[in-house]
Design a protein around this ligand. Structure first.
Ligand code: PGA
Length: 263
């Protein structure tokens, strides 16, 4: 499968943002007016847990095609785990996706590579599709450890993946998240290609060619198209800009890939 056959994928990671009023406004003023070709670009929206139900009903109310996603799931199944949300309960609500391994989860909530792997397993076993995040710190980049760090994170994720068609990998350099800094498009492409090659070698060629590898970290409406032109960048995971009207232009950056047909 070459680049033209991978469907573009743009995720809006709302993090801990978006109250009831914002959700109504943002769906009506931005998300329902994206105007993208749904056969060429998947759009995922990840609000906070407590608003998943509301986001689902909005997304389903007008055939928007928007995918609603959790931002996390529990390490554990249902049971005496106060404050946690198990993967099965997310799926039971009608949500089919979750983001896992975001760097904020890894650093602020001490999620190790191993824990992220366990969460990926929980999610997949319960029928959830996964946006699995990886990426290096600034220090690791400066020490030229970017690929080693990504491979170590990928290894734990890959060990839990049962179906690669249900996974999207998000490469998010930690130093680029929320900072306004980004790697150059060539630097990002180099890491995306390395991730794909790792999957080809350690899983199989089919999984590697089919998996969407998306870029995250200070994506804006002004830089999205130049990243989208790179052959191994299949979309974006967007934080700050996903809460703004600028999200629309980021979603529509898929048009620069010149995709044709349905796949
Ligand atoms: P940002 O966040 O777009 O605000 O940099 C990206 C992310 O954390 O997924």
């Amino acid at each position: 499968m070459d680049v033209a056959q991978r469907k573009f994928f743009v995720g809006g990671n709302w993090k801990c943002n978006g109250d009831l009023e914002f959700i109504d406004k943002h769906f009506n003023e931005v998300l329902f007016k994206l105007g993208h070709d749904k056969t060429k670009c998947d759009v995922l929206i990840a609000p906070v847990f407590i608003h998943l139900q509301k986001a689902l009903s909005l997304a389903n109310s007008n055939d928007s095609g928007l995918i609603i996603s959790a931002q996390n799931c529990s390490l554990t199944a249902e049971g005496a785990f106060t404050g946690e949300v198990a993967a099965r309960l997310i799926k039971n609500l009608g949500v089919n996706w979750t983001i896992l391994g975001h760097s904020e989860r890894r650093t602020l909530y001490r999620e190790t590579n191993e824990k992220v792997g366990t969460k990926v397993k929980n999610a997949m076993d319960n029928g959830l599709n996964v946006v699995a995040c990886i990426g290096e710190t600034l220090q690791e980049r400066e020490e030229k450890k970017t690929l080693d760090v990504c491979y170590a994170q990928l290894k734990e994720i890959a060990a839990s993946v049962t179906d690669w068609s249900r996974v999207v990998i998000a490469y998010e350099p930690i130093w680029a998240i929320g900072t306004g800094k980004t790697p150059t498009v060539d630097e990002a492409q180099e890491v995306h290609l390395a991730i794909r090659s790792w999957i080809s070698k350690n899983v199989n060629v089919e999984a590697a060619n089919g998996v969407r590898i998306i870029y995250g970290g200070s994506v804006t409406d002004t830089n999205a198209e130049s990243f989208a032109k790179m052959s191994d960048i299949d979309g974006f995971l967007v934080g700050g800009a996903s809460l703004k009207p600028a999200f629309s232009k980021i979603v529509n950056a898929y048009t620069v890939k010149g995709l044709t047909g349905k796949y």
